[in-house]
Design a protein around this ligand. Structure first.
Ligand code: SF4
Length: 231
């Protein structure tokens, strides 16, 4: 049986939500030169748990500038790496996770490269990424969507997930992987990879400004009419 992926009423809600968020916050488009090498994007995710994006970006840039390759990062003493990651939220955990992840990639692929994912479809590539230490759905979707792979995959961080849960678009207790699996089939089929990236960045902005963890400002929210909680 052929599923009509555009027929779910939540698909239109997502279209209206996207338009309302652009009206509220303006466009947030990632320039092509901000799409990084997939290995850079993976490392940024693995060391970035509960840290601000700018901090994780700066740490990732510093590591590759200081060591010259991800293979050299793996060879570095973990204590030294921990010091270099001192601005991460959990420096020692970040250092250990990164080296475990690099070790697994190099063991499987012979080098710190993700070129083989280019030939896989997005779901298979994400499944492979999620076998790596420290990599779950948010990071695997980030590597596929926001790096130079530029694939259709929706990144969900805690804030974005909170918004779609409060709106009733995904189950209230869904973890990131379940929320992803619920949302991907109902995204507007005309949305490109860039649209999904912008939708995530806009939803994240909503979560940081109005749909905060405590006391959401529903009265000022541009998606209130489509939100189960706000209504
Ligand atoms: S209406 Fe309220 S609960 Fe719903 S998305 Fe907006 S701020 Fe969040």
């Amino acid at each position: 049986m052929q599923l009509d992926l555009g027929s779910d009423p939540r698909t239109d809600i997502l279209r209206r939500m996207h338009a309302a968020l652009i009206k509220k916050f303006d466009r947030i488009v990632r320039p092509d030169d901000k799409r990084r090498d997939p290995m850079w994007t993976l490392v940024q995710g693995v060391i970035g748990a509960q840290a601000k994006t700018a901090v994780s970006n700066a740490n990732t840039d510093r590591l590759i500038a200081d060591y010259g390759s991800w293979e050299k990062v793996l060879e570095a003493p973990t204590e030294t790496l921990t010091v270099k990651l001192k601005t991460a939220t959990f420096p020692s955990i970040a250092a250990e996770r990164l080296q475990a992840c690099l070790q697994e990639i190099i063991a499987q692929r012979g080098a710190a490269k993700l070129d083989h994912l280019e030939t896989l479809d997005t779901a298979d590539a994400m499944a492979w990424l999620e076998t790596l230490p420290g990599v779950a759905r948010k990071i695997s979707a980030g590597v596929m969507n926001t790096s130079q792979f530029n694939r259709r995959a929706l990144v969900l961080d805690a804030g974005h997930r909170r918004v779609v849960q409060r709106m009733g678009l995904v189950p209230g207790k869904a973890d990131t992987a379940r929320a992803y699996d619920a949302l991907m089939p109902i995204l507007p089929p005309e949305w490109s990879a860039e649209d999904m990236d912008e939708h995530h960045l806009l939803s994240k902005r909503l979560a940081q400004t109005l749909c905060r963890p405590k006391k959401p400002d529903c009265a000022s929210c541009p998606v209130r009419s489509d939100c189960e909680t706000g209504r």
